[in-house]
Ligand binder design. Sequence first.
Ligand code: FAD
Length: 483
Amino acid sequence: MRTAIIGGGIAGLAAAYELEQARQKGAQVEYTLFEARERLGGCLASEIVNGAVLERGPDSFLSEKPAAAELCRELGLGGELTPSNDAERKTYIVVRNRLVALPDGLMFLVPTKLIPTALTRLFSWKTKVRMGLELLHPPRPSDHDESVAALVERHFGRETVDRLADPLLSGIFGGDSAQLSARTVLPRLVEMESEYGSLTRGMLAAHRKMRLRAKAAAAGNGKKPGSAPAPRSIFTALRGGMQQLVDAVSARIDPASVRLSTPVTSLLKTAGGWRIEAGGATELYDAVIVASPAWAAGALLGRVDAALGEELSGIPYSSSITVNLIYDEARLGRLPDGFGFLVPAVEGRAMLACTFVHRKFLGRTPPGKAVLRAFLGGMKNEALVAVSDAELVAIVRRELSEILGEGVVRLGIEPEFAQVSRWSRAMAQYAVGHQERKQRIAERVAVLPGLRLAGNAYDGIGIPDCIRLGRQAARELVSESAS
Ligand SMILES: Cc1cc2nc3c(=O)[nH]c(=O)nc-3n(C[C@H](O)[C@H](O)[C@H](O)COP(=O)(O)OP(=O)(O)OC[C@H]3O[C@@H](n4cnc5c(N)ncnc54)[C@H](O)[C@@H]3O)c2cc1C
């Protein structure tokens, strides 16, 4: 089976790795990986500057989703997996230029602890009373999708959308909670609403069940009842940065199968197979894994099936920018404890979030240095992608100084190093109705033999889901060709 993979981001790389594994085990598989850019990895890119790991794109993946750590272990990177420093985990929200810590007991946007919720300065008393009354919400069947903002507002009020849902989701998706699909982004909350009515009651019940299961498992393993397993860190990074993963996968793929700086410009289904035009040449393949962003997939597949092309092109994307700043720690004032802060859109700032990198993952920044990483852009501020590097760095320095205070980040203090990275139309947005769109796409793909889609537009925005989909696409094609 000759397979073309379009797109060498982590989804396409995972697909190529899986095909290479099958080939080495004796499957009759050949593959070519086409990548438009001059490097592999897509959004994954990191560098070591002055001894500090600087991530241009993602810095870590969710530990509870196993596909990324599994792949790292297979690639011999198990010893490089670095847990987030959860002992110091504390995140702030900017409220009228002041940092307010997220209250203890928040689970997936749902307050579950009375005292921290009552005492927090994040919400007004009106919102707190509403959070108490939320316990009385009756069950509500979920017959149609709605936005995350609509779901959260119905339960906890507008202020919770502005100060919690919006900043948390723009931190993950660069997204807008008024557009994101509740069914896709918060499926557990939608289920809880139909079972319990109150999200707080649903979350507490889920938490109780989890604790009982952990106790039963511990008892089954002969451990002392009550001794729960050690908690896993929330995030996992690579000691040397995400580029380690890109390099390790690339090293396992046949270099002769990789075509860099070669965008696929045309894709057609013919009687002889999939006809691909790229780099001035035309070739035929038995199968194709389209692992480019959905807007690029839509442009290519529109000539194969116009409706499929439209569905793919209809998936919205946001752009984001990261700005890494290395500072000499001694020249900064004391940063607040914790991992960093999120900036709600209602604050009217360019910055969406800032991570104190040297705190989030230990051992990746030399002693005496601080790395601050700001995020900008997102659905509500796309225009920033066109702003010059110098201007973006100036904006970030000014906003850091205003938010953290002149005593912490004095405007006059130059960072030792500044790096700007732009990710144009890189983050798929799971808009209201995404599940139905995904179903329509799956139905059209199912009648095009040899076609598979992978990437962040479909079933999870994070690295583990992209890896899972890439590998799954390759496995399915291998087993189809063997049958
Ligand atoms: C700033 C930022 C921070 C993030 N943080 C995190 C995080 O901390 N944790 C996490 O899990 N996820 C994070 N993500 C999300 C995650 O990194 C991405 O969703 C994931 O890497 C996407 O992988 P992909 O392979 O689907 O797409 P991409 O990485 O976008 O790769 C697609 C590739 O297709 C290529 N291509 C496009 N058109 C063509 C064509 N016609 N022919 C050939 N090639 C083509 C592109 O050049 C690109 O290399 C972040 C993303 C960004 C941008």
